[in-house]
Every structure is written in structure tokens, then in C-alpha cells.
Ligand binder design. Structure first.
Ligand SMILES: NC(=O)c1ccc[n+]([C@@H]2O[C@H](COP(=O)([O-])OP(=O)(O)OC[C@H]3O[C@@H](n4cnc5c(N)ncnc54)[C@H](O)[C@@H]3O)[C@@H](O)[C@H]2O)c1
Length: 326
């Protein structure tokens, strides 16, 4: 396949570029490097430009005949979206409008979209499937739901079909150790833990100990970034084979509490780093665990790397490399 990957210099996008090329696909990346890294990409794939500049999109789409677009680019921090909602509606919603307008004009037929478990808000069920009501509780989640809705409308009006992939907690790193997670500021649990282990942070803070979960800390579903990449190619295959526009949860199907992930991180690193207790973060649901059965049934997706130990081991190898420990 000949793929355009927006946001391909970021954490998940850069893994996607490597994964797709390793399977023999051709990729072009459109990225403005606002949070991404040039050195996460092989030479010759990056077209530097912004989704907020329609001419950048037009020029990129005119540069080749793409079979489809994998759309990662956007702003990703829930807390920041509460403080700066218009940044999120600009970056994520207007950015996606510009991209879809470009796709319609260039007659690109398929889009795989980075959606999020944030579209579900605070679901009342133990395991979330795609029939759960969508009710996002922050601007970030609302921009993802608007993206899904715009894509559904474009399928009807323009025959542009799409798969919205609702990731739960993306985690882990390239199994070969060449790529990993580099967010600044980092807000994700596993890199925060491992930065405390490596000494890059003084300590790790657990946000809230009074959630209605067995040990009082939040429960989340961690899915390995390499398994996510596999799902994107399967989703593109599904669309190219005539599959209809729809959404898929991407999670491991297993929930781990913050306290459980902390214990696993200490076990795997062999380092007893300092831990502090802090207040809950506003709007943190107690439990978010995916049903992955639709992605398994329709796409034939299987998780190969999403055991919590494997995720932490790969992320730890990356952290050691970043800090010169290993
Ligand atoms: N990381 C997770 O756990 C997670 C969970 C659910 C959904 N997602 C979604 O997955 C996608 C990728 O997340 P990530 O963790 O890799 O984020 P990231 O910040 O590492 O990557 C985003 C990339 O998009 C680029 N970008 C941002 N705005 C742009 C613009 N206007 N034009 C061109 N490029 C632009 C950035 O430079 C960066 O390379 C995002 O859409 C995010 O909302 C991530």
C-alpha cells in the first residue's frame, strides 16, 4: 500500500512508519514537528507541513497517489484541553476538517483515524464495547468524537470510508529498541514510572487512592504500540476490501491498577524508586477496560505484545537508552 501518515513523527506515528515499511508498504509523513521528532523517521519520508495550512495538505496529497491516510496528527493532553479548549478544537477539529477536505479533493478513499477511549467519558460498565454510549467529559474527547462524526458524514456524502480506532492506553516501545515514547510534558503512567526508576524524575506520584477499585487506584487497559500498528494495517486492509465506516476499540482487554503497574515496574527494573501520593486528577474515570472482540472478529487482530510485563520491558529498554543506562 502507498500510505500517507499524518503525525508520523510522533510516538505512535513513528512506530507506524517503521511497522508499515517493515511489511513492505510505502509511506509519506506529513508532520509539523510540534511534538514529533525528525530523528524518529527514516530519511526521505517526511514532508514538513501543518494540517492547519490547507496548501500543505494539498501539496502532500498531490505528491503521490495514496491508497489511504492514517491520521495521527493532533494535540493529545486531556488536562491541557480543559485549560485550552480552543487549541484542541483548532488542532484536532479544524486540522481534521482540512485533511478530509484535501482527501475529498484528491479522491483519497480511505482514512484510519486515531480516536480514543476518551469518547466514552465515564462509562458505567466493567468492560467497554463499541455499543457503549459515547459521552466525552473533556474537550480532547469531544474533538475525537467530532472527528468520528465528520468521518461518518464523509462516508455518506463522498464515499470516503474510515475506521476510527479507539485506543485505550497506548504504551511500550519498538521491540527492537530503536523507537519509544518521548512526550514533553509526559503525562502517561508507564514512562513516568520508568523516568522515576532511571532517576530522570525525583519520584512518581500516584493520583488518587480512593477510587472504587480493589486497591483504590485507577484501572486502565494498556495496549502495546506495536500491536496498535498491526491493527492500523488490518483496518486499512478492511477498508480497501470494501469494509464500511465504523469504530473499533483497541485495548488488551485486561485492566491493571496504577498500584499493580507500579509493582510490576519496580519488579522489572529492580529499582525501588520513591513514590508519593497525590490528589485525584479532575475527570479521571475509575476504570477503563476495552472489549477487543470487535477488532478480533472483524479485522482478525490479535495482541502479541500487550502483556503488561512485555510493555514495561520494552519501555524500560527505551528509557535506559535515553538516559545512557543501557
Ligand atoms: N498515546 C496514547 O495513549 C493515545 C491514546 C488515545 C489516542 N491517541 C491519539 O493518537 C494520536 C497520536 O498520539 P501520540 O501519543 O503519538 O502523540 P504525539 O504528540 O507523540 O504525536 C502527534 C504528532 O502529530 C504532529 N502534529 C501535531 N499537530 C500537527 C499539525 N497541525 N500538523 C501536522 N502535524 C501535527 C506532532 O508533531 C506529532 O509528531 C493522537 O491523535 C492521539 O490523540 C493517543
Amino acid at each position: 500500500m502507498n500510505l500517507l501518515i499524518t503525525g508520523g513523527a510522533g510516538y505512535i506515528g513513528s512506530h507506524m512508519v517503521k511497522f508499515a515499511r517493515s511489511r513492505g508498504h510505502t509511506v509519506t509523513v506529513l508532520d509539523n514537528l510540534s511534538t514529533g521528532f525528525r530523528d524518529a523517521l527514516p530519511t526521505g519520508v517526511l514532508l514538513e507541513g501543518s494540517l492547519l495550512v490547507p496548501e500543505d495538505i494539498r501539496a502532500t496529497l498531490a505528491s503521490s497517489r495514496f491508497d489511504g491516510v492514517i491520521h495521527f496528527a493532533g494535540s493529545i493532553q486531556v488536562g491541557e484541553s480543559m485549560r485550552l479548549p480552543l487549541k484542541y478544537y483548532t488542532e484536532n477539529t479544524i486540522g481534521t476538517i482540512n485533511l478530509l477536505a484535501g482527501c475529498v479533493e484528491a479522491e483519497v478513499k480511505h482514512v484510519v483515524f486515531s480516536s480514543s477511549a476518551a469518547v466514552y467519558g465515564q462509562p458505567m460498565v466493567d468492560v467497554i464495547d463499541e455499543s457503549c454510549p459515547t459521552a466525552p467529559i473533556n474537550p480532547y474527547g469531544r474533538t475525537k468524537l467530532i472527528g468520528e462524526q465528520m468521518l461518518a458524514d464523509c462516508a455518506v456524502a463522498h464515499g470516503l470510508t474510515s475506521a476510527s480506532l479507539r485506543y485505550f492506553n497506548a504504551a511500550g516501545a519498538d521491540p527492537a529498541g530503536e523507537l519509544g515514547e518521548r512526550h514533553d510534558p509526559e503525562t502517561h503512567l508507564i514512562p513516568l514510572l520508568l523516568q522515576a526508576a532511571s532517576g530522570r524524575r525525583k519520584s512518581f506520584t500516584i493520583n488518587g487512592d480512593n477510587f472504587p477499585t480493589p486497591d483504590g487506584t485507577c484501572v486502565r487497559d494498556y495496549v502495546h504500540v506495536w500491536d496498535l500498528c498491526a491493527a492500523h494495517l488490518l483496518a486499512m486492509d478492511y477498508l480497501m476490501a470494501g469494509g464500511a465506516t465504523t469504530a473499533f476499540n483497541l485495548g488488551s482487554g485486561a485492566g491493571f491498577s496504577v498500584a499493580e503497574v507500579l509493582a510490576a515496574a519496580k519488579r522489572i527494573t529492580g529499582i525501588d524508586f520513591p513514590v508519593e501520593w497525590g490528589p485525584r486528577r479532575e475527570g479521571d474515570p475509575a476504570r477503563l477496560v476495552a472489549s477487543r472482540s470487535k477488532a478480533e472478529r472483524v479485522l482478525g487482530w490479535r495482541c502479541e505484545y500487550s502483556q503488561i510485563e512485555t510493555i514495561i520491558e520494552h519501555a524500560w529498554a527505551w528509557e535506559r537508552k535515553q538516559t545512557g543506562l543501557g
